[in-house]
Write a protein that binds this ligand. Structure first.
Ligand SMILES: *[C@@H]1O[C@H](CO)[C@@H](O)[C@H](O)[C@H]1NC(C)=O
Ligand SMILES: *[C@@H]1O[C@H](CO)[C@@H](O)[C@H](O)[C@H]1NC(C)=O
Ligand SMILES: *[C@@H]1O[C@H](CO)[C@@H](O)[C@H](O)[C@H]1NC(C)=O
Ligand SMILES: [Zn+2]
Length: 338
């Protein structure tokens, strides 16, 4: 799951059901202090990422996007091009080079996470089938609706219980339980009793209007505090919209985690499976070498001065957080300088 970065925390603490963050922001918290941010760009003995014997996503993934609410087609293509970039060639360092780190994770048979992620279908839930205020469980009903609604004679999306992965994306005007307060996205799996089968899914919300400073960092500054100091690491969004470019990195985080911990019994750290510390969580805020203290790390700049670290299809550029590399034993991305 992708927590809202709590920049005051020295130690990450996690809590209860569906892995939400233990410390929520208090009303009278002090100003953000980036220099205390915990990350694991350097290897750390504190990291206890372990394999818990469950499956990882080794078969080619059929990814289905459910666009919940009203979406701008430009923002949609930023996201669909990102998904297409995971398994497509692009100039180094590319999004697919980044995904290679995720494929270093294996299951107990020694099979690696797949390199193939295909965007296999999309469904627009323009009618807000579950309303505009959603619980975590609502995500399963949204998926159920998408696989049972008909669209030109067939189901809108297949119920692909063998290698389907459902990505629910909610628009700016949709409230989600814990969104902005404790999480920017999460992943889990559907219950057969609700959705018809047990299938991994992820949800990510559009934070552009609700909490860009929380969930679209480093493209926006956390509200409430003083303006960003010089060298704060706030960067321009490479695809022109802070909310959408912010979502891309959260989507990347969730896909990396759902691929390595789809049933919450494979790769995670900590003793509590309902509050796991997963491969993206360990590298929150790390986009390049030297990251820390609110600094993204060394990343590239496009012709307009916007930040990015990876190339994608169609000449796209994206700024995506790193993930934990099990071989190197540290956070890593292909733009690393070491
Ligand atoms: C936060 O920063 C603002 C502006 O610098 C300042 O007025 C305010 O007192 C600070 N609040 C705390 C709790 O430090
Ligand atoms: C599979 O994962 C192992 C262990 O991380 C790694 O050594 C190997 O190179 C990976 N194989 C492929 C094909 O990615
Ligand atoms: C899942 O999707 C793949 C690719 O479209 C298809 O070959 C497979 O039959 C589907 N499986 C199910 C159970 O729908
Ligand atoms: Zn996470």
């Amino acid at each position: 799951m992708m927590q809202t970065p709590n920049l005051l925390a020295l130690v990450l603490l996690y809590t209860s059901l569906f892995h939400s963050l233990a410390f929520s922001r208090s009303q009278n918290q002090p100003n953000y202090s980036y220099n205390q941010k915990k990350n694991y760009e350097g290897s750390s003995d504190l990291v206890d990422l372990k394999y818990h014997m469950g499956p990882v996503l080794t078969s080619p993934i059929n990814l289905y996007i459910i666009w919940y609410g009203k979406w701008d087609p430009h923002h949609q293509s930023t996201i669909t091009d990102f998904i297409s970039s995971i398994s497509s060639p692009a100039p180094f360092p590319s999004v697919s080079d980044w995904w290679r780190t995720v494929t270093l994770y294996t299951d107990q048979t020694g099979s690696n996470v797949t390199r193939n992620v295909a965007l296999s279908g999309q469904f627009s839930d323009r009618a807000y089938s579950q309303g505009k205020s959603l619980s975590r469980l609502s995500m399963q009903s949204i998926i159920k609706n998408a696989v049972t609604s008909s669209s030109s004679g067939g189901p809108a999306l297949p119920l692909n219980y063998s290698n389907g992965l459902y990505l629910v994306l909610t628009s700016d005007d949709v409230q989600v339980q814990d969104f902005c307060r404790a999480v920017c996205g999460f992943h889990y799996f559907t219950f057969a009793s609700v959705a018809g089968a047990t299938m991994p899914y992820a949800w990510v919300g559009s934070s552009g209007a609700q909490c860009p400073g929380m969930c679209a960092y480093p493209f926006a500054w956390p509200g409430g505090g003083p303006p960003p100091p010089a060298g704060s690491g706030v960067v321009g969004p490479p695809n022109g919209d802070p909310g959408t470019d912010g979502m891309v990195s959260v989507i990347a985080h969730e896909l990396a985690e759902v691929a390595t911990n789809p049933l919450i019994n494979a790769w995670y750290g900590g003793d509590d499976p309902i509050a796991p510390n997963e491969i993206g969580d360990l590298c929150l805020g790390v986009y390049g070498s030297g990251a820390g203290g609110g600094y993204t790390g060394a990343v590239g700049k496009d012709s307009k001065g916007n930040g990015y670290n990876f190339n994608g299809v169609k000449g796209r550029k994206y700024l995506v957080q790193w993930v934990w590399d099990p071989v190197r034993g540290r956070c890593f991305g292909p733009n690393a300088s070491d």
